[in-house]
Write a protein that binds this ligand. Sequence first.
Ligand code: UT7
Length: 333
Amino acid sequence: MSKIHAVITGIGGYVPNYVMTNEEISTMVDTNDEWITKRIGIKERRILKSEEGRGITYLAEKALGNLKLKHEFNPLEIEAVIFATTTPDYILPNAASLIAQKAGMTKAFGLDVSAACSGFLYGLEVANSFISSGKYKKVMCFSGDVLSTVTDYKDRNTCPIFADGCGCALLEATDEPVGIIDSILCSEGNVEHLHIYGGGSINPAGHETVDQRLHYIWQDGKIVFKHAVSSMSDTSEKLIKRNNLSLNDVDWVVPHQANLRIIDAVTNRLGIPMDKVMVNIQKYGNTSAGTIPLCLWDWEPKLRKGDNIILTAFGAGFTWGATYLKWGYDPKD
Ligand code: UT7
């Protein structure tokens, strides 16, 4: 019997309507468009305002609507919903159960995956394991964040970077040699350099945690930067080698969009030219678990069946990794 693969058969994405420019950020903290463009590579980012909607499942529903424009499916056939996010609507219930209900995927069970910016890779790994085990045939994987809800707009080290957005991928079983081929996922407990200290079981939410601004993301940017470059390039290189791919065989690299200089450094180390690298950080910023599916959604019209794609990410945890997938379909009308 041939091996069962999990292949992406539809991709969707959504970013909120509100455009926050570098000029607007410059009215909140001591920074400017030139610094942000040069040091991070972001020109503008999308922010979910309450006038438009609230919560990650709002963005997820919109992303799913965009997936359905090109790929119709019966929601009752979805058996599992995975949601990679660190900004669920509530601490509980999980976001996957809520979006499954909203979207009519009522036969599915839902679970959230918490791996910060590496969320999509972790979510794909879970979906791939479910499907390749033979037990499930159709799994919906959402991945995104509403980072504006945990961003300190008084901290110039973080507020220019973070943004809101969500993607989703439908994964189905196939016996064709396409889909998720291999992955390397890693984590290393490190709370010191990238964290949200407040609201968990060590520092439960209270007046004190709010007064100390503990509910916002804090990072030591330089340390995170260095780890991101070495971890993403090392895992991608290992994955490319162990699958006997030459650099010519790689059609696309999809790096997590945290900083254009990180993307440049990783792809330089790999020896991959920039015309094979998906980059949309300039218009969407860092949407954490949302960046990779949003790239795939943006580039979907250019992807061809059989394209070799390397996804790579790094985020809080630290979590990181790389996934090798063979694209499963030609562009749809
Ligand atoms: O998604 C995964 C999580 N996050 C990341 O991957 C982000 C990783 N880190 C980074 O992207 C970068 O480290 C940052 C964008 C956060 C910072 O850039 P940097 O080039 O590493 O700057 P730095 O922290 O070394 O600071 C250089 C200078 C400092 O001034 P002095 O001490 O040299 O006078 C900072 O105070 O730039 C200053 N600075 C700013 N200046 C204007 C820091 N942030 C800003 C700012 N505007 N927004």
